[in-house]
Design a protein around this ligand. Structure first.
Ligand code: HEM
Length: 75
């Protein structure tokens, strides 16, 4: 698997993990005296989503730049 594919797959699975933590927090809010840490649970996958997502955002631009540079060198 290339770097890009690996990051995309990680981002995909993190979205499921993130969704589960949000659902857990939603159920917790209905309980009497829910533990406060439950509400921080979605932050871990979300931060990882942010980094992998930013990588996915930037990666086509980096690839295009490299392609342009390679074409210029070969010309
Ligand atoms: C936190 C900041 C996030 C950033 C910066 C971000 C950014 C991105 C980017 C750039 C892509 C690729 C789009 C493309 O194909 O061109 C992507 C795909 C995707 N994102 Fe995010 N994302 C974030 C959070 C999330 C969250 C919270 C979810 C869902 C809970 C999510 C679910 C997905 C899914 C399912 C894909 C498609 C992955 C695939 O191609 O298989 N992302 N995201």
């Amino acid at each position: 698997m290339t770097g890009d594919k690996w990051v995309r797959q990680t981002h995909r699975w993190l979205s499921i993990f993130f969704t589960v933590t949000v659902l857990v927090a939603l159920v917790a809010v209905l309980q009497e005296e829910p533990p406060e840490w439950v509400f921080y649970l979605p932050l871990l996958p979300l931060v990882l989503q942010m980094f992998t997502g930013l990588f996915l955002f930037v990666s086509p631009y980096v690839a295009r730049r490299r392609r342009v540079q390679r074409t210029a060198r070969e010309a």
